[in-house]
Design a protein around this ligand. Structure first.
Ligand SMILES: [Mn+2]
Length: 590
């Protein structure tokens, strides 16, 4: 079926159902960053594969909303179809909800599959429609009727994430959640967020697409705790959970069970993670809205067992990155390679580590102009060949039983310009200054963001992305609630892990980014307050060939040399003689 044929079929169904405007999103029912393949309705109907994309189909128009990162991709992938593209930054038409509210006639109907719209979105839509006379039909899975060969859940089974990796038992976590339900004056707490549920029950699934989560809902009250998951996936751990007093029920029964259990109760939920389909069932009870799940904050503060495991995972991961840097520097210009094959080489090197499960996201390997595309992903057929000059940006990570990693290194492939070195060094100064930060307890990431940008700002340069995101433990590579950006509102606490990833992107020429994961830990307590600092968990060298030593202050230089000495000390015992010699030179004091 061509895209235009699919649109014709969809419009036929819209007319049969009395729908004038139909909304299709990339969301799953859980607000996940990476939804399972069977939720990829946008890709099915439009062929558009960007990570940020929503679609509206009316009886005479078809529109994709995306952001500026994907403008070129939209031109290519949507070319020759009926689809128009709107940028979310467009002041006129950038807001999808405003568009549908404005462009649906009074008395007309907006339809959607309420599993794919978050409660927050539908509540916004309702307020935009107001008393215009437009009706909503929220439970219409029209795509399901025309989607041939729709992907189905994988057969991967849920397994236990052992106590030696996660450090705290399910029973203890559930008891803590119950205390917080009480503290927030709730009776019942309903969780939709998949990584929160995986964390709470100490369960994981080695699923496709870099995911360790499994589709589920959870219900916690004073007397009950229930987990809803696809029966074939949860089979191996079902009796273990039931023996601990956890009700294990079918995923598709969640809505009915929850509606029944919440009558007359006060329900806690996070509307930013709850789909409207489930929210509808809660609407008749008293709802206390959470900005984010109770478990999200608990999960973000890592315990001592998780921290020790993470140190190990980052060391193993860093060794793979070191081996990759050695390999690519020694082979560029001799062995044919492109962005795609180089990325695969690194992915394969990671597989040697004993606790490695899969990559934590799709490797970004961008050579020269492609390095300047922030979310670039090389495709086998269009990857640029890598030549022995210029810079290669590699952002990658692994999911290990003992931790999740995310590391970016920018590597000189041969001769580089002075401008590239200057930009690399400005970015590195930012990374170092954030790494060295001491800050008073109570600070948010917004207080620290400038540290990573200041050297660039001195030169009138900047990067258009946040500086840092939280990271999971054998879970999602991006997790909240903390982050480092000018808009951050969450206080950084001891035990939180966060990325430190300033960059600089010269459009059509080259991209530079350096990234480590840093851990918040105590610094000192004085008469003026309690102070915190960071420990760098990521272990792999920064390319000395790209550093202009004279641009570094004495303090920055000392940090760099100390860090490199630590990388060598920790990694060398796992390396062979040849690798050791290479790393010795790559981490030499400058
Ligand atoms: Mn990152």
């Amino acid at each position: 079926m061509t895209i235009n044929e699919k649109l014709t079929k969809l419009r036929g169904l819209m007319q049969q159902n009395g729908v004038d405007t139909y909304i299709i999103t990339k969301n799953d029912p859980h607000g996940s960053e990476y939804a399972k393949a069977y939720w990829s309705g946008v890709k099915f109907i439009s062929g558009f594969t960007a990570s940020m994309a929503n679609v509206v189909v009316t009886l005479d128009r078809a529109i994709v909303w995306t952001d500026s990162r994907y403008t070129i991709q939209a031109e290519i992938e949507l070319g020759g179809t009926e689809f128009e593209t709107f940028s979310i930054a467009d002041p006129e038409n950038g807001n999808l909800l405003d568009f549908v509210a404005k462009n649906t006639k009074s008395g007309g109907t907006i339809g959607f599959d309420s599993r794919t719209l978050l409660a927050r979105t539908v509540l916004d839509l309702k307020s935009k429609i107001g008393d215009s006379g437009i009706k909503l039909n929220p439970n219409l899975d029209l795509l399901g009727e025309i989607w041939e060969n729709k992907p189905v859940p994988t057969s991967d089974k849920v397994f236990e994430h052992e106590l030696k990796y996660c450090g705290v038992s399910r029973a203890e976590k559930i008891a803590n959640v119950r205390e917080q339900i009480k503290a927030k004056n709730g009776d019942v707490y309903v969780i939709s967020s998949l990584d929160d549920i995986a964390w709470l029950f100490n369960l994981r699934c080695n699923d496709a697409d870099s995911n360790t989560t499994f589709e589920s809902y959870a219900f916690v009250s004073e007397g009950k705790v229930a987990l809803f998951a696809h029966p074939q996936k949860i089979a191996d751990v079902k009796s273990m959970l039931e023996n601990e007093g956890i009700d294990v029920l079918a995923y598709n029964d969640a809505k009915a069970y929850i509606s029944n259990e919440i009558k007359g109760k006060t329900v806690l939920i996070a509307p930013s993670k709850t789909c409207y389909n489930l929210y509808e069932a809660l609407e008749s009870s008293k709802i206390v809205e959470l900005d984010f799940d109770i478990t999200t904050k608990m999960k973000a503060v890592k315990n001592s067992v998780e921290i020790e495991n993470a140190r190990n995972a980052h060391l193993k991961d860093g060794i793979s990155v070191t081996r990759f840097m050695k390999w690519i520097k020694e082979n560029v210009g001799k062995t044919p390679m492109n962005e795609y094959t180089a990325g695969e080489m690194l992915d394969n090197m990671r597989k040697d580590a004993d606790t490695f499960v899969h990559k934590s996201f799709n490797t970004i390997c961008g050579y020269m102009p492609n390095g300047a595309i922030i979310h670039y992903r090389a495709e086998e057929s269009t990857a640029l060949p890598i030549n022995p000059s210029g810079v290669l940006l590699v952002d990658s990570g692994g999911n290990y039983l003992d931790g999740t990693t995310d590391i970016t290194r920018t590597i000189a492939m041969g001769e580089v310009t002075n401008e590239m070195k200057e930009d690399f060094t400005l970015v590195l100064k930012g990374l170092i200054n954030l790494s060295m930060a001491k800050f008073i307890k109570g600070s948010t990431g917004a207080v620290l963001d400038v540290l990573a940008r200041s050297a660039l700002w001195d030169e009138g340069k900047d990067y258009k992305h946040g500086t840092g995101h939280g990271i999971g433990q054998f879970l999602s590579v991006h997790e909240g609630p903390q982050n480092i950006s000018s808009r951050s509102t969450v206080v950084l606490e001891e035990g939180m892990m966060i990325s430190n990833e300033p960059g600089f992107y010269k459009k059509d020429e080259y991209g530079i980014r350096s990234e480590t994961i840093i851990l918040v830990k105590p610094f000192k307590e004085t008469e003026y307050g309690e102070f915190l600092e960071f420990e760098t968990l990521t272990m792999s060298p920064f390319d000395l060939e790209l550093i202009i030593k004279d641009m570094l202050t004495e303090k920055e230089l000392k940090w760099l040399n100390d860090y490199h000495a630590e990388v060598y000390e920790k990694q060398s015992k796992y390396l062979n003689e040849e690798e050791k010699a290479w790393l010795k030179n790559a981490t030499r004091a400058i």
